[in-house]
Each structure stands twice: as C-alpha cells, then as structure tokens.
Design a protein around this ligand. Structure first.
Ligand SMILES: [Zn+2]
Length: 452
C-alpha cells in the first residue's frame, strides 16, 4: 500500500496477487491505481479511460471470487456490474453504485499531477480522489475482504461501477437501468456518493451529512431568433442582444427561500448539534457564519438557474439570425412547476427554451431502518459522530436508479480533519483524500453491510 510519495507501485492489488490483505490495508493502493487511470469525461460523448477502469475493477472482483461483467454502451464507455448472492433469496437486494469517470483537470493548476495517484502528507492526491474514486476503492476493498472471509449479506449485494455520471449518465447509469435492468431485480435501496463525510462542529462533534434526496436537474438551452443583417445597420430585432438581456434577467433573479421537509429536518438537527437554533429568516447570513456547516444547506434552500454557456455570432460585422445560451437549472422536490413558470416569465416571449437534460428531484425522507443503520455504523466507529439527513444541491446516478424504484442514500463514509474543506474539492483543484479517512470508511461500510 502507498505510505509515501515514492511508494506508488509496490503492492497494487491485481488479479494475480491473491493478496490476503484487509480492506483498510489495501484501500489506499486501490484508490491510487484508480486515480492513475485517466477517466476524464468532457461531456457530449467525449470521454476516455472508462474501459480500463472498468476492467481493473472487474479484475479486483473476480480475483476475490465474484463474477463481474463489463458492459459497454458505446466503444470504450464501459461499466462493471456484479451481483453477489446473499444468504436469503427472499430478502431485498441492496445496491452500491459509483461512477468511474471524472471531470477534466488542468494539470498546470495543480500542485501534483492530477493523474499521478501520489500520496503526500497522508493524503491521496488526484482528480477523482473525492469524486469519487476514494469511495469506489472503499467499496472494492470491503467487498473483497468480505468475499475472502465468506461473509455474505442477507439479500444479494449488487455493485455498479458506472461510466458517464459526470455528464447525463446516458452512457452509464441510464444505459444500465434500461439495457441491463435484470442485474437490479429485487433491489429496493442503494448507497452512493456525496454524503457520509465529516464536518467538524465548533464543540468537536463531527457532523456526518447523509444525503436522503436531490434537487432536480433541469438543464436548458435558450434560443433567441431575430433578423439577420449587416452590423452597421439599425436592427431592433438583434438576437445577440435579446439572449444577453434574457440571461441577465435570469442571473439577477433572487429565488425565494423554499424550505422542504428534508431541509427543515437538517436545520433542526444542526441547531440541536450547535446548541442554538438556526435563524430561518436569515439563512444566507447563517450559512456564511457557519462556514462548512452552512454549505450543507446553502444550496438547497431555493431553486436556482445559473447561466453556464453562450453561443452567438460568427463575425463582428454580421448580426446573426439566432443566438443561444445554456442554463443549469435545479429545483427542489415539489417545486418544478413554480420553477418553470418563473423561468418562462423571466425569459419573456421572444426566447424559446428546451431541455438538454431534465430529471425530477428526489424527495428526501430520512425515515426508515436504512438511515438508522447508516447512522449507527458511523456512531460505532466514531463516538463524536452526529449523522444528519441532508439534500444534495446537485444530482447523481441515484436519479437513474430511482426509475427502477430504487431509493439511494448519499453515503461514502469518511472521517476528515476539521481543517480540510472537503466540499470545496468536488470538481476543484488539488483534490485529495486522507488515507486514514478511507480506512475509517472501510470499517463503517463493513459494519453497515452486516445489516443488509
Ligand atoms: Zn460524483
């Protein structure tokens, strides 16, 4: 396993090793190996490395005695699926899903090369360390150990290591839920990314947000059509000006605060942990005051529509006949109609809009034994753990699995040092994850799987 910057290749688990190591002793090496496989997803079908990563994952699983399959939605767009039989065929199956791809990284912005998988100061560095190869490594290490020890879950355990989460999931989760749905028969619940990591409260409690819901993805293309003509001539019907005005209205709009039941539950839990209620009349100020803790709710107290792309014109002295923009829209569970009505009012009659990608929000509900089991597993490994339910501002493959009636929790357990701003590293530079945090996570995951 990697213990220093120089020790990078020594004992990488491979199909040939038959390594009897424990989960916590091999999680770092597996993570480093995954980080070295560049699985950049540039979007719109342009991606690389997923096949190599899927095969590496499949090797690790078959090495431990499982029978994985690598499935491809298009050349190179590979995902690995495996179903490990449980001890009771009548018990619901359980799914752990994660994505193999990462967002692009500009090497010159980073302190270490983003695909080196280096270990420095106790952390594994690289694009995907946080989102989400560290989590994949934990899953693989734990499942390998359980397979070696012959410890089965009660229901079947299904694992899905997927392509294309960093775009729409068309080549990954959406593909497997339509073309390979049989792998997920009998699965009712799942865990995946974006939750379960610790955020330290001032009094030393460690808050572990467990995601129970997601805002929608409502990605839109806006188009303005006008009269094409010479750039020197008067033109009151200028498409470039029209799209600029529309985007500006959208960007300037202050979306009203809308507290859904899951966010209310989070605010109440945080108030309890912090020893003073969070003032719901000034949530922005409260979020800023609370720093990392504030980030757990600042993105989910309202809908949002952020302009992200503009595309117009082809020459300085030609007014084009049309101009377009793209907008990353997100709305909370139950607020879709209000969101779209507001967007249309702000855009006005001269702009048309179409969805590039539209998935409903996932309602957040922490009730039930699974949330309790996740929280118990955290508390058993960290006596300062204070698990809380929260809602993701963004989205995950959980939305695709919801189509099969599977409810996903964001749970990739990590105990983190209080000064590490983990949330800022998703898609950020110098992404890194503490090795000790991953080792902690394997113990929590193992405990949790004992309850499945
Ligand atoms: Zn992710």
């Amino acid at each position: 396993m990697p213990g220093s910057a120089t020790d990078t290749n020594a004992s990488t688990p491979s199909a040939a090793s038959g390594n009897p190591a424990s989960a916590s002793s091999e999680v770092g090496a597996i993570c480093a190996e995954l980080l070295r496989i560049d699985t950049t997803n540039r979007g719109e079908g342009d991606a690389e490395g997923e096949r190599a990563a899927a095969e590496y994952v499949a090797e690790l699983l078959s090495d431990a005695g499982a029978e994985p399959a690598v499935v491809e939605s298009a050349p190179g767009r590979a995902s690995t699926l495996v179903r490990i039989p449980g001890t009771d065929p009548s018990h619901p199956a359980f799914l752990i899903h994660g994505h193999l791809d990462v967002v692009p990284a500009e090497a010159s912005d980073w302190k270490v090369h983003p695909f080196s998988g280096d270990v420095e100061n106790g952390c594994l560095w690289g694009r995907g360390a946080v989102d989400m190869k560290g989590s994949l490594a934990m899953t693989l290490a734990v499942v390998r150990q359980r397979l070696r020890e012959g410890r089965r879950t009660r229901g079947d355990l299904v694992l899905a290591f997927l392509a294309d989460e960093e775009c729409t999931g068309d080549y990954g989760s959406r593909y497997v839920v339509t073309e390979h749905a049989g792998w997920f028969d009998g699965v009712t619940e799942a865990i995946s990314e974006s939750g379960g990591y610790s955020v330290t409260a001032p009094a030393g409690d460690r808050i572990y947000p467990v995601a129970v819901g997601e805002r929608s993805s409502a990605w839109m293309r806006l188009t303005a059509r006008g009269t094409a003509g010479h750039g020197s001539k008067p033109n009151p019907d200028n498409a470039v000006a029209e799209i600029a005005h529309a985007v500006s209205r959208l960007a300037a709009y202050e979306w009203p605060v809308r507290l859904t039941p899951a966010v209310q539950a989070l605010l109440a839990s945080l108030g309890e942990i912090l020893g003073a209620p969070i003032d719901q009349n000034r949530l922005e100020t409260e979020a800023a005051r609370l720093g990392q803790i504030g980030k757990l709710f600042s993105g989910t107290i309202r809908n949002s529509a952020n302009p992200t792309r503009l595309d117009a014109g082809y020459k300085v002295n030609v007014i084009p006949g049309s101009a377009s923009a793209q907008v990353d829209g997100r709305y909370l569970p139950g607020l879709g109609e209000e969101f779209l009505d507001t967007v249309d009012r702000l855009l006005g009659p001269k702009i048309t809009r179409e969805f590039i990608n539209h998935e409903e929000a996932l309602p957040g509900d922490p009730s039930g034994p699974t949330f309790t089991a996740l929280a118990d597993a955290l508390r058993a490994e960290d006596e300062a753990a204070r698990p809380v339910p929260y809602v993701m501002a963004g989205g995950t493959d959980g939305k695709s699995f919801a189509r099969l009636g599977i409810r996903s929790f964001g749970f990739a357990p990590l105990m983190l040092p209080s000064d590490l701003d983990y949330q800022a590293m998703f898609h950020g530079v110098d992404e890194r994850v503490p090795l000790a945090g991953l080792e902690f996570g394997t113990r929590v995951l193992d405990r949790f799987l004992d309850t499945r």
